[in-house]
Design a protein around this ligand. Structure first.
Ligand SMILES: NC(=O)c1ccc[n+]([C@@H]2O[C@H](COP(=O)([O-])OP(=O)(O)OC[C@H]3O[C@@H](n4cnc5c(N)ncnc54)[C@H](O)[C@@H]3O)[C@@H](O)[C@H]2O)c1
Length: 332
């Protein structure tokens, strides 16, 4: 990376993930954090004072800072499109949290705005920066598993995740896009057909599904199973029960993150923190910003592009349509 390039950046949305982004930007050698924004005044006060940067309750005031080169957008999922379009109009490059948007119409508006204004857009699908997933991708790229026959991906979270998000999007959109994007990247092929079943019981009041299970067919003939849930008990020792399985003509690969391979018993409780997301050093986010800086420098393409993120969202929407209609759904 060219160490001389430093981009002025702001962060919009200072919730669970936005605060992490701001903290990473503050210490990253290629970024200079100039300001943060959130609609909640107390949150703006907390982080603008903690990071010693300007704080705004209206993100348009942050976008008006003259030296701003780029902005991270980490607002609630259903509000991504407006700040993205406003940043693009001002020629400010965008690092956008996943999912690209809450629906594909909004996602297309974001992509068009970036294209029209010649603005760079990268979407934060973290699995592409997760060393555990990257190890499996590398194994496949090296041909060690031969041709892929089938894949299986599970991302089941506790009911606390669903309750925290208060129905703003379904689990298939909030977290399912992670696995869909990764599987499309892994297989080098887009999903062409889905069939799904979903059920809503404990999260019925929020009008979202507890659990969705889908079969997938990829354009290159690979078949897959996808499982996403917010129904795990709140007191699970690990916040996520995640699995990935890839079976090929020459071998197979497995990722099992349920136990996280670290167990800590403290205060009478068993804790199994996620070794990537649950620890304070945030390497996956630092790696995302390393890549974003190279993308801004013009050294690499975006990993993940707006179009790839839209494709993952379109599959998630097709899965939800299939679950609602009880019929398979074909994708172009
Ligand atoms: N990559 C990952 O693994 C990962 C994990 C969790 C969340 N996320 C994504 O990060 C984004 C934020 O999620 P979160 O869990 O931090 O949500 P959150 O609810 O904790 O935070 C969202 C913040 O956005 C603020 N906000 C909403 N509208 C705004 C606006 N118009 N202007 C300024 N601020 C506004 C809210 O006040 C809140 O503080 C979402 O897109 C989510 O899907 C990604």
């Amino acid at each position: 990376m060219r160490a001389d390039k430093v981009y002025s950046i702001g962060v919009i949305g200072l919730g669970v993930f936005g605060a992490r982004h701001a903290s990473v930007c503050l210490h990253h050698p290629n970024f200079h954090l100039v300001g943060v924004a959130d609609i909640k005044e107390e949150v703006v006060k907390k982080y603008s004072s903690e990071f010693d940067v300007a704080g705004f309750t209206d993100y348009c005031d942050l976008l008006a800072v003259p030296e701003l080169d780029a902005v991270t957008i980490a607002v609630s999922d259903q509000f991504h499109h407006e700040p993205c379009k406003d940043a693009a109009k001002k020629g400010i490059h965008i690092f956008l949290e996943k999912p690209i948007a809450d629906n594909s119409v909004h996602a297309q508006e974001i992509i068009s705005a970036a294209r029209k204004n010649n603005v760079k857009l990268m979407v934060g699908h973290t699995l592409r920066f997760d060393p555990r997933y990257m190890a499996i991708k590398r194994t496949i790229d090296e041909g060690k598993l031969g041709e892929i026959i089938h894949v299986y991906a599970r991302r089941n979270a506790t009911v606390k995740s669903g309750r925290r998000l208060q129905g703003r999007v379904d689990a298939m959109i909030f977290q399912g896009v992670h696995d869909i994007d990764f599987l499309q990247w892994l297989t080098g092929s887009k999903v062409s057909k889905v069939y799904a079943e979903a059920t809503s019981n404990i999260l019925k009041d929020l009008k979202v599904n507890d659990t969705t299970m889908a079969t997938l067919r990829f354009g290159n003939g690979v078949i897959g199973l996808l499982e996403q849930s917010w129904a795990l008990p709140a007191d699970m020792p690990s916040p996520l029960d995640v699995e990935l399985e890839v079976v090929g003509t020459e071998g197979s690969a497995y990722l099992d993150l349920r136990s996280q391979s670290i167990s800590i018993v403290s205060g009478g409780r068993l804790n199994q923190p996620d070794l990537i997301y649950g620890l304070p050093d945030q390497h996956f986010l630092i790696d995302e910003y390393n890549h974003f800086a190279k993308y801004l420098n013009g050294e690499v393409e975006a990993k993940v592009s707006g179009e790839e993120a839209l494709s993952a969202l379109e599959v998630a929407e097709a899965v939800m349509r299939s679950a609602e209609s009880g019929k398979p759904v074909l994708l172009p």
